[in-house]
Ligand binder design. Structure first.
Ligand SMILES: [Mn+2]
Length: 310
């Protein structure tokens, strides 16, 4: 039996991760030269659910562990975030917009990574280069990926290409972008059916930095108070998580996507010292207010990495 190839993003998938897997699968023959089915490595969040419903796209099947599949990885190459069972023998492709996390492959594989605001932008760019026409439904998914990952072009991760592509896709689909962004942000912020555990885990990523295990969770919202009112309970969950997962540091940020600030939860002395040393911010009542910080990828991870890896 032929080995199946799947496209999958990181654990605790966000909208860009899920949609980019779907898009690569849809255009896999054009992009990769072979068929590949989309999968998710964890359940989707409310924002992703909203957009999948909007475009009437089925949620990809869940996969927790690679057993007998080949894998095209999208939206990450970070060892702490990839699906269990991925090896240098079953990795056959990478499409990403993060730092290279240190994966190996035993064969020559398709690799495309760029410094761009989201994986969906990169997929659109690849299709443009290949002269492939994008259908309306795919274009709407690309718009969602861009708006979600770049916080509607306000995050410092945004590039001129993201802006150009969002404009082109908006013209192509004739989407009312103001309404679209409002709907997406409302879904992103929605706590409907979401336990505090899930708030912590939903967009949690683990990093290996100079031998230290660093966990950073974020919750992006138009209404930080809706989460901050439960800060005490969340701190307790974080304290337990840090011990259970044997982390050296654990940070959790509530990102105000309208005012562009982050409330960083600081659970212990180690984290307090880290935030002070690396970001120069003082913690007050277990919260460090990070003014102008909205991007874990650009404004937190590289600074921490510099601190640990030297
Ligand atoms: Mn992404």
């Amino acid at each position: 039996m032929a080995i199946k190839t799947i496209v999958v993003g990181h654990k605790n998938p966000d909208t860009d991760s899920v949609l980019s897997a779907i898009l690569v699968s849809k255009f896999s023959k054009k992009i990769l030269g072979f068929e590949a089915e989309s999968r998710i490595a964890g359940d989707v969040n409310n924002e992703t659910k909203y957009i999948l419903d909007l475009v009437k796209e089925a949620k990809p099947k869940l996969i927790k562990k690679i057993t007998n599949e080949n894998v095209v990885l999208v939206d990450t190459t970070e060892p702490g975030q990839i699906i269990e069972g991925l090896t240098e023998d079953n990795l056959v492709g990478i499409i990403d917009h993060h730092n290279l996390g240190g994966l190996k492959s035993s064969g020559a594989i398709y690799v495309r990574t760029e410094s761009i605001g989201c994986a969906c932008s990169l997929i659109y760019k690849i299709l443009k280069e290949k002269g492939v026409k994008v259908d309306k439904k795919s274009a709407i998914m690309m718009i969602a990926g861009i708006v979600s990952d770049t916080l509607n072009l306000t995050s410092p991760t945004t590039t001129p290409e993201d802006k150009k592509f969002l404009k082109e896709l908006t013209q192509l689909t004739k989407v009312d972008i103001k309404k679209f962004v409002a709907g997406l942000f409302e879904a992103k912020s929605s706590l409907k059916g979401i336990s505090l555990d899930r708030v912590v885990e939903c967009d949690y990523k683990e990093f290996e930095m100079g031998g230290k295990k660093v966990g950073i969770g974020v919750w992006e919202t138009t209404n930080p108070e809706s989460v901050n009112m439960s800060a005490e309970k969340i701190m307790k969950l974080l304290e337990d998580k840090k011990i259970k997962e044997d982390l050296d540091y654990l940070l959790f940020g509530v990102v105000d996507i309208l005012k562009n600030n982050t409330y960083c939860y600081v659970i212990g002395e180690a984290e307090e010292k880290l935030i002070s040393d690396v970001l120069g911010v003082t913690t007050k009542d277990k919260v460090a207010f990070l003014k102008g910080v909205v991007s874990r990828k650009k404004q937190i991870v590289p600074q921490l990495r510099n601190h640990f890896v030297r």
